[in-house]
Design a protein around this ligand. Sequence first.
Ligand code: RAM
Length: 526
Amino acid sequence: MMSSKRITQAFVDRAEALTPQLHKARVYPKRQVEIVANEQAFQGWEVKDAGTAEAFNAGTLRQGDSVVLDFGDHQVGYVTFSIRNVDSNADAPLRLGLVFGEMPCEIGEDFANYDGWLSRSWLQDEIINVDVLPGTVTLPRRYTFRYMKITVLATSIRYHVTFPELYCETVTSADEENVVPLPGDVPDDLRELDRVGIKTLRDCMQTVFEDGPKRDRRLWIGDLRLQALVNYETFRSNDLVKRCLYLFAGMRLEDGQVGACLYEKPHPFVDDIYLYDYSLFFIATLYDYYAATQDRQSLLELWPIAVEQAEIALKRLDERGIVRDDDTWYCFLDWHDDLNKQAGAQAALIYNLKRGLLLARELGDSAAETFMQTACRQATAAAMAHLWDEERQFFVSGEGRQVSWASQIWMALAAVLDNAETAALLDRLMRENPAIGMSTPYLYHHFVEALLECGEREKALAQMRAYWGEMLADGADTFWELYNPADKRLSPYGSNLVNSYCHAWSCTPSYFIRKYFIDREGKYTG
Ligand code: RAM
């Protein structure tokens, strides 16, 4: 049974009126390739040159033949091809097998063996039958890919086929012209991180900030928050952030919580998923939006919903003032089966209350100011009294008093300790390296941000270079949803085939470089 949602239609309408136009461009394949098994290569698949794109357009394919086209970079869009029959008229329909892959693994591996727990339907393949030849086909679905495999499953004994033209019409709402070039003295490796970060964001920017254009193709507020930060430093599509905020505000869950994610079609609707940290991020995302735009009218309209998120979050505190823990998926923080969320959730609460407090002051809302300040003081005191382990010098989480990277990172971001103590905490974290580590670029982002916020610029740069830099060395055209340098096939979904390889929350090197290492005069300060 569907639960009833709290809909504020005027907000949804406001959001819909801000739906952006998509920019289109035609992209042709760059070459033909072969994907071959090689244990030394990333995820066990190597890409080998197998001929030019022109040779593909001029060549003939027979029943049973296949070809893999490489578009040279990550694409999001609609594929069109013209097909001609050769040697005879087409006396039977043409049957084609198509596979699209962001990564070589999606072309190399047989989808029939897929055993992940997310739907098989996320894997991008089709069988199409073409009744009339010669002809032109435009595939109705939007694909996200670099590689496209075509297999001729059936012609007839009389005819073969050729593809004189094939291209992808790419779509994005991002406006490249708004991106200010980096100053000349930025080192090449940082330029490359910035370029790929921007490309990642661009491909996720559609009529909302999608989390991943292959999967899940929807708006998650945790991803939105980071995309918005990169956007303010790059494309400056501030109305797209506004649209997303109004969508979340306009469609809340039964008890008023901002939902974790929402869909646009067939009409905007919010999913039932509630995550403690994600709902709270409505406050931080609104705070960042206001800081970037000074859009006071939107702030005024959305403010009551932000306050409400804080009120709802406080209801989860136990008699000690600590977020009640349980075994459900109540808070995100990171994909890690063994991560206890309690301390991270508490820190996310404090982090957002602090931003709520600043907004309350900005608005001169003294009741909200008192509320945020009191809640913040109490949540911080409770964290220090019950989650700080004086002996271990770490924050602990849950009944098992778990020490994890996520808990320390979020307490650092919440600035529960002073700057010097936070820097020492992060230093200890790196030295002692507790077993519950970081799985996603999302948590790596927060680690780098925590280092920067307490003034550890060198360490932050080194972390960013090591992590996202290694992703580049492993062949990233866009940054990935999951990346664990110690286990490169890692997937929280049971198969790396269904991982997203262009993922919103991974695009933040561009934000770090531009926000923290370029000064107001546009000079590089690294
Ligand atoms: C995944 C998506 C998304 C993330 C959620 C929590 O399904 O990758 O990016 O925000 O999880």
